[in-house]
Design a protein around this ligand. Structure first.
Ligand SMILES: Nc1ncnc2c1ncn2[C@@H]1O[C@H](COP(=O)(O)OP(=O)(O)OP(=O)(O)O)[C@@H](O)[C@H]1O
Length: 548
């Protein structure tokens, strides 16, 4: 098969960073080519070169046998290249049709012909099986729908190369299925597709071939991805063997520390109760809209409670502002860390130290700087954050490394007693996931309570001592680790119509204050599957092991 797209010794350097260091590989027409690598390995930088956003510092890019030097995104588009970026690029105030035909709107008597534009785009949307009105405003659409608009745009520009940068990180299961169908159709149509993802399961499902990056270098290209065992992919990516990614450790049973009694508020359905024991990792699982994040926001005082009490070590946590929760030792690392937490032009060290800075003024400015520098360096090392140094502006880090910095900020919170992590590993590579799991277990071993909300079922099963399942705004059951199998958790999480008759051993979590003790036994029949089966928001209707 002739190479349609060829990277030949491509280099890209930033101050202190060799983002790409002599990368060569080819992708073919009619192929989905996966790009794999840890956060900061250079994958997005390569797409930015392909899309004309960055000029390479060395090497050649060939498209259909012809050497290309793009000076702008426009030139890349004209050469038939479309990039579906992590942060989608669209004009929110314009309609679907106007966005799809941006810069190429049909005219009639010198005026924009909106009717014709809508008709053309409606036909194309129907042809690719996307149910979307061409007159809808982009601002009113979901991320998934905006992504479909981008894909429609790429198809209408007749792009022969379409590259996706982590397209499924914010999609539900159903939306992901639609995306996969489109990608497969585009492949069958003979286009060249580049696909970046940290989710091995979906890479196995979609990709014909793959190239693995590490630290700006190409490690290997596999022409037949299906032949490569997953352990090999992981060790090539992270440069070390990872046998037990979840790093689960048995811990002695301790007393209940956090008691949530009848907590109620706008986005949960009725009073909710549960306990967390010292040293326990409690997983929260549920479908999209199950109310997990909302319940935690109530607990953290980010939303207003309409009833209930929260006791930490027997002392009530005042219902007020998040500051009251933090003062009591409760910390919430939110789901949309980037939007809620990033100070883009501040340094890595400043971003890590924000909350510490607020609390600790001992010893004057000089000592404070020293403490902050030491703390930043400690977390850069512990989480393996890829940055030239702690002074680097956070906006210059790769997406996954920005996530790690924000996570470090919450982990560094002094006086931590209850750590709540909402989707802590979204967008994070497999090696870094392992680092985060290790830290979660370290925090629990110190006697803290750790609550982890995750839509990745294998992750919940892999790291939790106990799992609470929510459905439609209410806690509908809990399972100790020994009984928390994929089937049982999904049985609780799925709507009634899809639920087979309950089996013995599932505790309804009504009187949660007297919930069963922490299960510390090792997994039996429900041994956790390997990581990264990203069921994301809506697990499949049929509970299955979905691990490659
Ligand atoms: N504009 C920039 N200035 C300085 N450094 C940069 C810039 N863009 C990227 N980098 C650095 O280049 C390296 C590669 O980043 P890149 O975004 O390509 O990684 P990635 O493999 O896509 O990671 P992720 O999986 O986290 O998205 C990182 O160390 C990043 O910090």
């Amino acid at each position: 098969m002739a190479a349609y797209l060829e990277f030949d010794q491509v280099c890209k350097f930033f101050p202190g960073v060799k983002a790409l260091n002599g990368v060569s590989f080819s992708a073919h027409a009619g192929q989905v080519h996966g790009l794999l690598g840890e956060n900061g390995a250079g994958k997005s930088t390569l797409l930015k070169i392909l899309g004309g956003q960055y000029k390479p510092d060395g090497g050649r890019l060939l498209v259909d046998g012809r050497e290309r030097h793009f000076h702008s995104s426009k030139e890349a588009i004209a050469a038939g290249i479309a990039i579906i970026h992590q942060e989608l690029q669209y004009v929110p105030e314009l309609t679907v049709a106007e966005n799809v035909l941006l810069g190429r709107m049909p005219t009639r008597f010198g005026f924009l012909d909106k009717q014709k534009a809508h008709r053309i785009v409606a036909e194309k949307l129907a042809a690719i099986g996307v149910d979307l009105s061409p007159s809808a405003k982009l601002a009113d659409l979901s991320i998934a729908q905006r992504q479909m608009v981008e894909i429609c745009k790429a198809i209408m520009q007749d792009a022969q190369v379409i590259a996706f940068d982590e397209p499924t990180s914010s999609l539900s299961h159903r939306e992901t299925e639609i995306l996969f169908r489109l990608v497969k159709e585009l492949r069958d149509d003979g286009r060249t597709l580049i696909y970046i993802s940290h989710r091995l399961e979906e890479l196995y499902e979609l990709c014909d071939a793959c190239t693995i990056f590490r630290d700006g270098r190409k490690i290997v290209t596999h022409e037949v991805m299906a032949d490569v065992p997953r352990e090999r992919l992981i060790s090539d990516m992270v440069g070390r063997e990872l046998t037990d990614i979840y790093d689960y450790r048995e811990r002695p049973r301790r007393e209940a520390r956090l008691q949530v009694q009848g907590l109620n508020g706008k986005h949960v359905k009725g009073p909710q109760s549960f306990v967390v024991h010292g040293g326990e990792v409690l997983g929260f699982f549920g479908l999209v809209g199950a109310g997990r994040s909302e319940l935690m926001r109530l607990l953290y005082n980010a939303d207003t409670r309409s009833g209930g009490t929260v006791l930490l070590d027997g002392v009530p946590v005042p219902a007020g502002a998040p500051a009251d929760a933090i003062a009591a030792g409760i910390v919430l690392c939110p789901e949309d860390r980037k939007e809620q937490g990033i100070l883009a032009t501040a340094s890595v060290a400043e971003n890590i130290n924000i909350s510490v800075r607020r609390n600790d003024l001992r010893g004057g400015v000089f000592l404070r700087h020293k403490r902050e520098a030491a703390l930043a360096d400690e977390f850069i090392a512990r989480l393996r954050i890829k940055t030239p140094n702690r002074r680097q502006e956070i906006r210059l880090l790769s997406g996954g490394n920005q996530q790690k910095v924000i996570l470090a900020r919450w982990l560094a919170e002094p006086g931590l007693k209850v750590l709540i992590l909402d989707e802590p590993t979204r967008g994070i590579d497999v090696g870094a996931k392992n680092d985060i799991y290790r830290i979660i277990h370290d925090v629990a071993e110190r006697g803290c309570c750790v609550i982890v909300i995750s839509s990745e079922l294998p992750e919940v099963l892999g790291i939790s001592d106990r799992v609470i399942v929510m459905r439609e705004g209410t806690i509908c059951g809990e399972l100790p680790r020994a009984q928390a199998t994929e089937t049982e958790v999904l049985r609780l999480a799925l709507p009634d119509a899809a639920v087979p008759a309950p089996t013995a051993g599932i505790a309804p979590a009504t009187a949660a204050v007297t919930s069963p003790p922490v299960a510390v036994g090792t997994r039996t029949a429900g041994a956790p599957p390997a990581p990264s089966a990203a069921t994301n928001t809506e697990p499949p209707a049929q509970p299955t092991r979905s691990i490659a």
